[in-house]
Design a binder for this molecule. Sequence first.
Ligand SMILES: Cc1cc2nc3c(=O)[nH]c(=O)nc-3n(C[C@H](O)[C@H](O)[C@H](O)COP(=O)(O)O)c2cc1C
Length: 188
Amino acid sequence: MRKKKIIVAITGASGSVYAKLLLDSLLKLSDQVEKVGVVMSDNAKEVWRFELGNEDYDLYPFTFYPKMDFNAPFASGSAKYDTMIIIPCSMGTLGRIAHGISNDLISRAADVILKERRKLIAVVRDTPFSLIHINNMKTVTEAGGIICPASPSFYSLPKTIEEVAQTVVSRVIDLAGLEQDSYRWNEE
Ligand SMILES: Cc1cc2nc3c(=O)[nH]c(=O)nc-3n(C[C@H](O)[C@H](O)[C@H](O)COP(=O)(O)O)c2cc1C
C-alpha cells in the first residue's frame, strides 16, 4: 500500500483529546504514513491548554504550519495530499469551508481537498446544532466531504475519558483508510 500524506487540522471546538489521540495514533501508524502536516487555529491551542492542561502539541515530530501560511504545500492541489482530517472541527471552520471562504490555511486546505476530489473528514463538535450548522454539514457532504461527528460509542464498554474518545478516533482512522487494531462489534 502506498504511504499516505495526511493533513491534520485542529480547531477551537471542545475535544482537544480527540486531536491528541489522533496524533498519537498517527505516530504509531508511521509505516502507513509518509507525511503528517498539522495546522492549529489560535483557539485550538487555547482549548488544548484549557482542556488538557499542557502545550504538548509542540512535542509531536510532525511538521506544524502556521495558520496563515499559504506557502504550506497543501495550500495547493499540486502537493497531492490524500486526506485531511479536521479534529475537532468547530462550527466556525465548518461554515467557512461550506462557503468557500479560504481565508486561513485550514479553510484553504479543505477547499483544495474538496476541489481535487480527495478525502475530507470533519469531526464536527457542538451541541445542539442550529439549522445553519446542519445546512453547512449538508453542503460539505454534497461537496464530497465526510461529516464524522464527535459522538462516542459505548458498546465497547470504555472505562476512561481517553477510551471513550478513542471510539471516535478509531472511526476516523478507518475512514482515512489506515489499518489499525481496534474494537470491532461482535468480532472474535
Ligand atoms: C473552551 C472552549 C470550547 C469551545 N467549544 C466549541 C465547540 O465545541 N464547538 C464550536 O463550534 N465552537 C466552540 N468554541 C468556540 C470556537 O473556539 C470559536 O467559535 C472559534 O472562533 C472557532 O474558530 P476556529 O475554528 O478557527 O478555531 C469553544 C471555545 C472555547 C474557548
